[in-house]
Design a protein around this ligand. Structure first.
Ligand SMILES: Nc1ncnc2c1ncn2[C@@H]1O[C@H](COP(=O)(O)OP(=O)(O)OP(=O)(O)O)[C@@H](O)[C@H]1O
Ligand SMILES: [Mg+2]
Length: 263
């Protein structure tokens, strides 16, 4: 399998005005294969968002290497789509305007832009809100607009940092199904950060468990589910529960270490 993203001995230290600098990542090694769905879990503050920001090219590493298609990542990449929790919508643009923006920037022809906007508005269950402004939407709806905006650009790599965090349980479930269906239809490399171990196991082929800060990869668990266990109508299956328990056992140790550090 081809390697799409590779981290070798990756370090990120955040300087601080006063006191000691904060080491967020310390020698992290990871390979993300082309077209796989990889989830990342780990205790709060272990450096998950930092890793995604580095992959997105929004931050520079302190040391080590981070490669996309074998080339060092320097600055934001065009074929990397991001859905970050605090990546704001344009408040002065409507739902549709927000989704059209990136397509216009890329000079996608008008008819195709309109078609894509309609398609992703429907897929993200935003029909009827095309002309609403972000301040008129709930947190979950804004998140869905942010997802639609990124998916419309059809990036080869999708970096998602707790994209479903603000959604209610039912909508979250629907969005998980939509994302899986999309990933099965159009092969993409997905790196998906979540706090929710079950969500990670349900969605991903492999789940990378990070250590307590400073973050490294503690283990990678193969979580590919059988077709039956992944069938959309199933909420639970023994297979899913068993795999989620195995991942949780690993995460739990790190959460305890992290709590002992007072984080
Ligand atoms: N801009 C920054 N300046 C200084 N320290 C930072 C900065 N961003 C993050 N940190 C610190 O780096 C560490 C890792 O943060 P990061 O946000 O990557 O963790 P995380 O795993 O995403 O946490 P969470 O699960 O809570 O989202 C934390 O200790 C955090 O306080
Ligand atoms: Mg985070």
């Amino acid at each position: 399998m081809a390697v799409k993203i590779e981290a070798r001995g990756l370090y990120k230290v955040y300087p601080r005005d006063k006191g000691e600098a904060v080491p967020a990542l310390a020698g992290l090694d990871l390979q993300v294969y082309e077209n796989e769905f990889l989830a990342i879990v780990g205790p709060s503050g272990c450096g998950k968002s930092t890793l995604l920001y580095l992959m997105a090219g929004f931050l520079d590493a302190t040391a080590g290497e981070l490669l996309l298609d074998g080339r060092p990542i320097r600055g934001p990449q065009r074929d990397c789509g991001i859905v970050f929790q605090h990546f704001a919508l344009f408040p002065w643009k409507t739902v549709k305007g927000n989704i059209l923006y990136g397509l216009e920037e890329r000079k996608v022809p008008r008819a195709e832009r309109e078609r894509l906007a309609r398609h992703y508005i429907a897929q993200m269950k935003l029909t009827g809100f095309e002309n609403s402004y972000p301040h008129q939407l709930s947190g979950g709806m804004k998140q869905r607009v942010a997802i639609a905006r990124t998916l419309a650009l059809d990036p080869a790599v999708l970096l998602m940092d707790e994209p479903f965090g603000a959604l209610d349980a039912q909508t979250r479930r629907l969005m998980q199904e939509e994302l899986l269906a999309l990933w099965e239809r159009k092969k993409k490399t997905v790196v998906f950060v979540t706090h929710d171990v079950r969500e990670a196991v349900y969605l991903a082929d492999r789940v990378a468990v990070m250590t307590a800060r400073p973050g490294r990869i503690k283990a990678i668990v193969d979580t590919r589910l059988s077709a039956a266990a992944r069938r959309h109508e199933l909420l639970e299956s023994e297979e899913l529960v068993a795999k989620a328990n195995a991942v949780w056992a690993l995460v739990r140790e790190e959460v305890e270490k992290s709590a002992a550090l007072g984080e």
